[in-house]
Design a protein around this ligand. Sequence first.
Ligand code: AKG
Ligand code: FE2
Length: 240
Amino acid sequence: MCVDAGSSVVNEYVEAVKQLACDILDLLGEGLGLEDPRLFSKLITETDSDSLLRINHYPPSCTVHKLDHDDQCKLKGVARTKAGSGGNPAAGGRIGFGEHSDPQLLSLLRANDVDGLQVLLPDINGKDTWIQVPADSSAYFVNVGDLLQALTNGRLVSVRHRVIASACRPRLSTIYFAAPPLHARISALPEMVTADSPPRYRSFTWAEYKTAMYSLRLSHSRLELFHVDDDESGNGSKGK
Ligand SMILES: O=C(O)CCC(=O)C(=O)O
Ligand SMILES: [Fe+2]
């Protein structure tokens, strides 16, 4: 569901979370040693910024599978165990939101105290593994988006994540996706490009990225469409 800023409560929340996103982006800009540390936050404070607020509701598995209470709790036990050790949805969990990376600059997620969010990270052997993000209703989960990965030439990475809705209780989450205006041009910042680290992605506008994104499945690594091949000078267009 997308909220079109109808109520003043939503408006107030959006203003506050936008300010938080700006503060985080400014700290990142500073940490990366950008000439203009406020460059990222300026992108989302423009009047025509394409930021949005999304509210996700994941009904409990019992509602979907019509299980009685005992079955729900058995299912919860299985799902929790499996999620903690790699997460196999087929073993009792149910995909609530499929694997993807967030396309915008930065996402700020707040959820109730029901588990479900998982991130894909390499284990000590380098094998990609789904890791459960413990639910904490008093904390924000901050996610780098594809655009920040492109602007930083891969220094910051947009992590793949998904939601397994397997609990007895519903999960509710609110995510603020901080995005630039549609016409904003995204290309690696000069500070992020060196002889050892040439531009990884060709330049694109946020509008172009969104068009490419909607033509692909959610799980597609969309930034790869704009990846510059090793033998390209920087103007190539892989997969287009
Ligand atoms: O609902 C969640 O916990 C995460 C949802 C998500 O990843 C998204 O809306 O992009
Ligand atoms: Fe997401």
